[in-house]
Design a protein around this ligand. Structure first.
Ligand code: NAI
Ligand code: MG
Length: 350
């Protein structure tokens, strides 16, 4: 069967790293006899400039025809960030019930961690991706007056929290069996105790998993001081967003970190994208590190049911990094296209 993939390269370096990753995916697909069909959509900030929106009105219907979505990054200095996020990424995540945002945090040979540790780091961060702190419930009143007020509600549902916890606990049970839940139930006294209860009830169904609830401020410090002691971390939408950016920075460049926005049941397409943004400061210069995008492509292959191809692709970019041929952000000598050519060569010999 053919895997139909919707491609949104988006803005800035998205236009450089997405074509690089697609070259690698096409080579891998050929070697593993996998049929991948890419359809390109020119949505993003340029589209916004012309049409006043990030994607067409029927954009979600067009995407729904595909098995997966492969996204670069969206965002540009000309478009307000809330517009680019709420006009494209958040509708995709919610409409397609991509309620898991999965971010591996792993040390790679050839990518120097800013921490002076020698212990390898291998963490999976599971961020709840559909509800929580990112809600439209709230409002502002008394604009400009001294008593001006803003209210933003957090929404946790039993379904939403328990399915994120199930996903995380089952991952932990297939790994080292340690699950850490990020909380702030000392200060946030309604939603966070509810989060804690539901995560605990859910994890009890996994007898081989030990759960530690950790206040997020302490957890953040722990993630910097002893990241190698974590296995799987589960967190709400906002806390998970912050922890996963922190996680990617403790292992080195943001340019290598991948992510998956998953609808685990497969009722809707899942979306795969690097953690980094459109990096307007380096766009168009051949400096972008394509590893985050390529690795996201490997996660996509895994999700589409091609684990051997996914592993082959990971081994290929890992071997090029290990040889010291990374891009400038990881201290290497390569341009985006030189690095990509080296990965293609590694795919052939591995
Ligand atoms: P950014 O991730 O684009 O850049 C942060 C820093 O990391 C910059 O110095 C950049 O040069 C560097 N960097 C990022 N990716 C790199 C790579 N692959 N190789 C080498 N260096 C890399 O974050 P920033 O600057 O906060 O945001 C820029 C734009 O991207 C904004 O409009 C923002 O809204 C958008 N953005 C979009 C995301 C998405 O599409 N999911 C995620 C994050 C930001
Ligand atoms: Mg972020």
């Amino acid at each position: 069967t053919t895997n139909k993939i919707a491609v949104i390269a988006g803005d800035g370096i998205g236009k450089e790293v997405v074509p690089a990753a697609i070259e690698c995916l096409e080579r891998i697909a050929q070697l593993h006899a996998i049929s991948l069909e890419f359809t390109h959509f020119d949505w993003g900030s340029d589209y916004y400039g012309e049409h006043g929106r990030m994607m067409p009105l029927d954009g979600l219907e067009q995407l729904a025809q595909h098995d997966a979505i492969f996204l670069g990054a969206v965002g540009s200095p000309e478009v307000p960030d809330a517009e680019s996020l709420w006009g494209l990424l958040i509708p995709i995540r919610r409409e397609f019930q991509q309620y898991i945002n999965l971010r591996p945090v792993k040390t790679l040979d050839g990518v120097k961690s800013p921490l002076a540790n020698k212990e390898p780091i291998d963490i999976l961060i599971v961020r709840e991706n559909n509800e929580g702190e990112y809600s439209e419930v709230g409002g502002r009143a008394y604009r400009g007056l001294p008593h001006e007020t803003a209210v933003q509600e957090t929404i946790f549902t039993r379904l939403g929290v328990s399915r994120a916890a199930h996903y995380a606990a089952s991952l932990a049970s297939s790994r080292k069996g340690h699950l850490t839940s990020a909380t702030k139930s000392n200060g946030i006294i309604h939603t966070m105790p509810f989060w804690d209860e539901v995560v605990e009830e859910t994890t009890r169904l996994y007898p081989d998993v030990t759960l530690t609830s950790e206040l997020v401020d302490a957890l953040a410090a722990h993630l910097v001081l002893k990241p190698w002691t974590f296995d799987v971390i589960v967190a709400s939408n906002l806390l998970g967003d912050i922890l996963s950016d922190l996680g990617s920075s403790v292992t080195g460049s943001i340019g290598v970190a991948p992510s998956a926005n998953l609808n685990p049941e497969g009722d809707f397409p899942s979306l795969f994208e690097p953690v980094h943004g459109s990096a307007p400061d380096i766009a168009g210069k051949g400096l972008a590190n394509p590893v985050g995008q390529i690795w996201s492509g490997a996660m996509m292959l895994q999700h589409l049911g091609h684990p051997a191809a996914a592993e082959h692709l990971e081994l290929a970019f890992e071997s090029v990094l290990r040889e010291g041929l990374g891009t400038r952000d990881v201290g290497g000598p390569s341009s985006t296209s030189e690095f990509t050519a080296a990965v293609l060569a590694a795919i052939d010999v591995l």
